[in-house]
Design a protein around this ligand. Structure first.
Ligand SMILES: Cc1ncc(COP(=O)(O)O)c(C=O)c1O
Length: 419
């Protein structure tokens, strides 16, 4: 029994080494005939999952704050705004009305209809409510989608840099994440011909995310149209839709039905902690996804689903106000970062991120982010978190007050002077 128990704190790197090296912990007898089993019996699938480095920065920042150090957070990808009052009221009303039971596994029909109306009014596309699956955030929608779509060994094309969690979802379903580098000169947009060069008989999907995390850039309409013509499925993560300050975003459904849409309420409506999202899928996938949802999650939070209807229909003024504030911060952040010498070739026009070239300071973004945190007391996200091609970049989030952004950038200015 003792040999199988987890001894002390799990050290992932040590544990991986232990399982792959010869000798102690490999389950084979050593020179004296003793057998030592793997010290941690956590399934290997979790070892392939990479940590979210921004959380490492955040956790170190919290530890510093506990020591009384004042840290400015420009690393976090979460709106600093509270939820709109009408959404808060709707949650309370739903609780008062007894909306505390399971809902239909695909989601409350009134919410699914509201989502379809939203897509019709915003993008002119016709979606039947039966193609909508409501989930507890965009992340569970992503899990259900990849589970239903990707067979072991099949490939999913991602841009590099990309949202840090995408390859982990693909790995969890034993798929293969294939990356296509995107470049700052191009505003980090996909070049359709670069995608084409990576298509194989195993390619199941191409993932697009516009506006993008981490770059804040949009995929142009013409490029999106070209990508939509590729034969694998297109997975479009539209979670930053609505947060666009110049030009306009497009839904993949405007160009093809051979697509899945991921979306949620976390960003546009500042509802991160309420956990509400959805998936729009081609009809043949709905019943399989429904079975997964029933088994894995049963349904999304019932009271929050009611609030989701209100978010879609009644938050026009709240969203406009938040957008205006984000846009002011965006302009200020871009201007200051450029003055500080960071490279921004194409100005980001969406989400709440600026992804800057910091290669003139360091080629090691992880080291640089932690150095900035330790010396300037400002949290920023290392570009390597978002893929190999993100190395040498830093992501700044302007989902923080103007006062904090100004102070954070002043501190970085002083840090750079002392280098
Ligand atoms: C691109 C992207 N997709 C999905 C998510 C997950 O959002 P949710 O809170 O809805 O799970 C995030 C969160 O940061 C994101 O940046």
């Amino acid at each position: 029994m003792a040999a199988w128990s987890v001894r002390g704190k799990v050290d992932w790197r040590a544990s991986v080494l232990k399982q792959t090296s010869h000798g102690a912990g490999d389950g084979l007898p050593d020179a004296c005939g003793r057998v030592e089993m793997r010290t941690n019996m956590v399934a290997r699938r979790t070892e392939e999952i990479t940590p979210f480095l921004v959380m490492d920065v955040l956790e170190r920042a919290h530890a510093m704050e506990q020591q009384g150090i004042d840290v400015i957070h420009l690393e976090v990808g979460e709106p600093d705004f509270g939820i709109p009052q009408c959404v808060k009221d709707a949650v309370c009303r739903a609780l008062d009305d007894g909306q505390t039971h399971y809902t239909h596994s695909l989601g409350d029909m009134a919410l699914r209809e509201a989502i379809c109306r939203y897509y019709r009014d915003r993008y002119g596309v016709s979606v039947h409510p039966d193609r909508v699956v409501v989930t507890s955030g965009t992340s569970p929608a992503m899990l259900l989608l990849f589970m239903a779509l990707v067979e072991p060994g099949e490939e999913v094309i991602l841009s590099d840099p990309h949202y840090a969690c995408y390859p982990n979802f693909v790995r969890l379903v034993q798929g293969k994440a294939v990356t296509v580098p995107v470049y700052e000169e191009d505003g980090f947009q996909y070049r359709p011909e670069a995608i084409q060069a990576k298509l194989t008989s195993e390619t199941k999907a191409v993932l697009i995310n516009s506006p993008s995390n981490p770059t804040g850039n949009l995929l142009s309409e013409s490029r999106m149209k070209q990508v939509a013509e590729f034969s694998p499925y297109i997975v479009s993560d539209e979670v930053y839709h609505g947060l666009v300050y110049e030009g306009r975003e497009h839904s993949i459904l405007e160009y093809t039905d051979h697509a899945f849409v991921l979306n949620g309420f976390s960003k546009l409506y500042a509802m991160t902690g309420l956990r509400l999202g959805y998936l729009i899928a081609p009809e043949p996938f709905i019943r399989p996804i429904q079975k997964l949802q029933q088994n894995l999650f049963i349904c999304a939070n019932s009271a929050v689903q009611k609030a989701g209807i209100v978010a879609l229909q009644e938050t026009g003024e709240d969203v406009a106000r938040m957008k205006q504030v984000y846009n002011e911060r965006r302009k200020y952040t871009i201007r200051r970062l450029r003055e500080l010498g960071f490279g921004i070739t194409v100005e980001p026009t969406g989400a709440f991120y600026v992804f800057v070239n910091a290669k003139h300071i360091s080629q090691d973004s992880h080291k640089l982010a932690f150095d900035i945190l330790e010396k300037a007391h400002v949290g920023v996200t290392p570009g390597i978190d978002f893929g190999q091609n993100g190395e040498g970049y830093l992501r700044f989030s302007y989902a923080n007050s103007m006062e904090n952004i100004r102070e954070g950038l002043d501190r970085i200015e002083a840090y750079l002077r002392n280098l």
